[in-house]
Design a binder for this molecule. Structure first.
Ligand code: ADP
Ligand code: MG
Length: 298
C-alpha cells in the first residue's frame, strides 16, 4: 500500500479485482479512507453487474436477449443504457459500412461452435446465419427509445462495445463517492480518471510488452492474436469479418485512445475488421481518437 500526502490529506492506494462480463476486472483507486474505497468500488462493481444483465448475450434472461425474442416485427421499448449502446453501435455500423456490426450474434454463435468442434460451419448453416445478420435489419426509434428487428432468429451482440461502456459507468460511480483518481480494466479495455497523486498519469503495461501512460481517457486493444480457433491451418479470430461471416484470419492488432471507453472499445473492434487500409475514414470521423493498427503483411 502506498501513501501520498496531498493538501494535508493522505491518499492511499487501494486495488481490487472481480470477474465481470466474463473477464478479470481490476479497479485501482486513491482514497483517504479504506472504507470509502471499499464502498465506492463495491458500488462500481454492482453497476457493472446491472449493465451486464442488460447487455450480455450469454445470459438467457438479459434485456438484450429478451429483446431479440420480443422485437421481431414490432417495436420494443428498452432501457436508456441499452438504447444508448445500441444506438452508438448502429451508428458505427453505418459509418464503417457494417465492418462493425452489433447484429453479428448468429455468426458469433457459429464461431463459438467451431471453437468447440474444431470444424467450420457448412455453407448452408453459414448462409442461414448471414441472412439473420446485418445492421440494416435492426431499426431504432430515438423518440420512443424503441428497437425493432426485421428477421426472426436475429442475435444482437454487444461484445465489442459494452465493456468500454461499463468502464465509463464504473468511473462515474466512483466519482459519486468522491473518488476521481481511478483506473479500471475489463480485458482489453481500460479507462482512467485522474492520475495518481504523485504521477502525471497511470502507467499501463501492454500485452505485447512495454508500457504506456493514460489519464482522463480510455485505451482499448482488439485483435486476432488472443482468441482464435485453428482449423485447417488457418486461424479464425473471435472477431467476425461480416464480409465472409467467419472470424478474421489475418494477424492484426488495433489500439485506440479516446475520450471515453465506449468510443475506444468500439473503434478498436471496428479497426481490427477494417485493417490498416480502412481506418483513415474512421480517423476522420473520430478526430479526438487516436487509432493505430499493426498488421501482418499478407
Ligand atoms: P474482446 O471481447 O476480446 O474485448 P473486442 O472488443 O474486439 O474484443 O470484441 C470482440 C467481440 O465483439 C466478440 O467476442 C463478439 O462478441 C463481438 N463481435 C465480433 N465481431 C464483431 C463485429 N464485426 N462487429 C461488432 N462486434 C463484433
Ligand atoms: Mg471492442
Amino acid at each position: 500500500m502506498s501513501f501520498v500526502r496531498m493538501k494535508g490529506e493522505t491518499l492511499r492506494r487501494f486495488a481490487y479485482t472481480q470477474i465481470r462480463m466474463g473477464v478479470d476486472t481490476p479497479i485501482v483507486v486513491y482514497a483517504a479512507q479504506e472504507a470509502q474505497a471499499v464502498e465506492a468500488c463495491r458500488a462500481a462493481y454492482t453497476r457493472i453487474s446491472e449493465l451486464e444483465q442488460q447487455m450480455s448475450d450469454y445470459r438467457v434472461d438479459s434485456e438484450l436477449n429478451l429483446l431479440c425474442r420480443d422485437a421481431v416485427g414490432r417495436w420494443r421499448r428498452v432501457s436508456r443504457e441499452l438504447f444508448y449502446v445500441l444506438w452508438r453501435a448502429h451508428r458505427l455500423a453505418q459509418q464503417t459500412d457494417g465492418a462493425f456490426d452489433p447484429t453479428v450474434g448468429a455468426l458469433v454463435r457459429l464461431w463459438r461452435e467451431a471453437r468447440r468442434t474444431g470444424q467450420l460451419p457448412d455453407p448452408q448453416t453459414l448462409q442461414a446465419a448471414r441472412a439473420r445478420s446485418g445492421y440494416r435489419l435492426m431499426e431504432l426509434c430515438l423518440r420512443r427509445r424503441a428497437v425493432r428487428l426485421k428477421v426472426e432468429g436475429m442475435q444482437l451482440d454487444l461484445g465489442g462495445i459494452a465493456k468500454g461502456y461499463a468502464c465509463d459507468h464504473a468511473l462515474r460511480v466512483l466519482r459519486r463517492y468522491g473518488i476521481t483518481r481511478a483506473l479500471i480494466q475489463m480485458g482489453g479495455d481500460i479507462a482512467a480518471g485522474d492520475p495518481p497523486p504523485d504521477a502525471p498519469a497511470w502507467r499501463i503495461a501492454l500485452a505485447e510488452g512495454g508500457e504506456t501512460t493514460l489519464a482522463r481517457g480510455a485505451l482499448s486493444t482488439s485483435g486476432s492474436t488472443e482468441q482464435f480457433v485453428e482449423i485447417g491451418g488457418a486461424r479464425y479470430a473471435h472477431i467476425i469479418d461480416p464480409r465472409t461471416g467467419l472470424g478474421l484470419t489475418r494477424l492484426i492488432l488495433a489500439r485506440v485512445r479516446a475520450r471515453d471507453g465506449i468510443t475506444a472499445d468500439s473503434l478498436a473492434t471496428a479497426a481490427a475488421v477494417l485493417g490498416k487500409s480502412g481506418i483513415q475514414r474512421l480517423q476522420r470521423l473520430y478526430k479526438g481518437a487516436q487509432i493505430e493498427v499493426w498488421e501482418q503483411a499478407s
